[in-house]
Design a protein around this ligand. Structure first.
Ligand SMILES: [Zn+2]
Length: 284
């Protein structure tokens, strides 16, 4: 966790959560990416990655693991939402995809009111100190499909619109914080090596998933190895994507709707389709 970042222009220290340098005003700080890029995080991830490679070699699965890693280089960030949310975003380029905290602060929604509330807030506070309000969540996907527990629409984001401001994380961060028994402290004992910049997402994927790749693993299995939707969000298995800052319909590349059978839903799907087409977003 960085305490500050040195401004590349004026050389002074910029503290989080400032996106602009408070001294010279230069913009462009995405704290989740800076945190993932911190040298001790990078070194810890590299160690996990080397362990994964060595293990694969000993099992004669090194070629298979390399092929899996190559595939992960092309993975996409996907956000799952309900059709009503997508319809709102599709209606205008001025509609923003807000975060949970922004919606609560703006008086637009109430906290979920379940046991996840506390865990989620604890995880976000530890992972994104002082900037959790800016974070949007998604999952890493190879086939464009996200996690249906969060909605029937998988929104695939345009890589060039998010690459600079996105980092990835081992798994559902709320569950991670619980499993690792991380508590609020002056220096939270968050283990290192479980987050990566967007450019290094394949490395994190290898470090996490190497045990599921053997010499017989074929490419058609990759998608479900990377992301497996569970019966509930607690049993979803995925690499979490953290995106800093706002999003609109123009951030989207494609929307995949897993259409429910009920026919009343198809009307809303049609409306989404025609609106998204105007913004050159593909619908499947
Ligand atoms: Zn500066």
């Amino acid at each position: 966790m960085l305490n500050s970042e040195t401004c590349s222009f004026c050389g002074n220290e910029v503290p989080p959560p400032s996106q602009h340098c408070p001294h010279c005003g230069r913009p462009g700080r995405f704290w989740n990416v800076l945190d993932a890029n911190e040298s001790s995080e990078v070194a810890a991830l590299n160690r996990r990655y080397q362990t994964a490679k060595k293990d694969a070699l000993s099992r004669n699965a090194d070629v298979a693991l390399q092929l899996f890693e190559n595939a992960l280089v092309g993975s996409k960030a996907v956000i799952s939402r309900f059709q009503s949310d997508v319809l709102r975003l599709a209606s205008s380029t001025r509609q923003l995809y807000g975060t949970y905290y922004q919606l609560i602060e703006g008086g637009l929604r109430l906290p979920d009111g379940d046991e996840w509330d506390v865990l989620r807030e604890l995880a976000d506070t530890v992972l994104f100190p002082k900037y959790k309000e800016e974070m949007r969540f998604g999952a890493l996907s190879l086939d464009g499909l996200g996690l249906p527990n969060y909605g029937e629409c998988s929104i695939v984001l345009r890589e060039e619109m998010i690459a600079d401001r996105t980092s990835v994380f081992e798994e559902n961060s709320a569950l991670f914080v619980e499993r690792h028994n991380i508590k609020i402290a002056r220096k939270p004992n968050l283990p290192k090596g479980y987050r990566a910049t967007w450019a290094e997402r394949a490395k994190l994927g290898v470090a996490k998933l190497y045990g599921r790749i053997d010499s017989a693993t074929t490419p058609d299995k990759y998608s479900r190895i990377l992301l497996r939707a569970g019966a509930t969000s607690e049993s979803d298995d995925f690499i979490e994507v953290h995106i800093f800052g706002p999003m609109t319909v123009l951030t989207m590349e494609q929307v995949i709707v897993i259409a429910p059978q009920a026919s009343k839903r198809t009307t809303i799907t049609r409306a989404i389709k025609s609106k998204l087409a105007k913004h050159k977003v593909q619908v499947n």
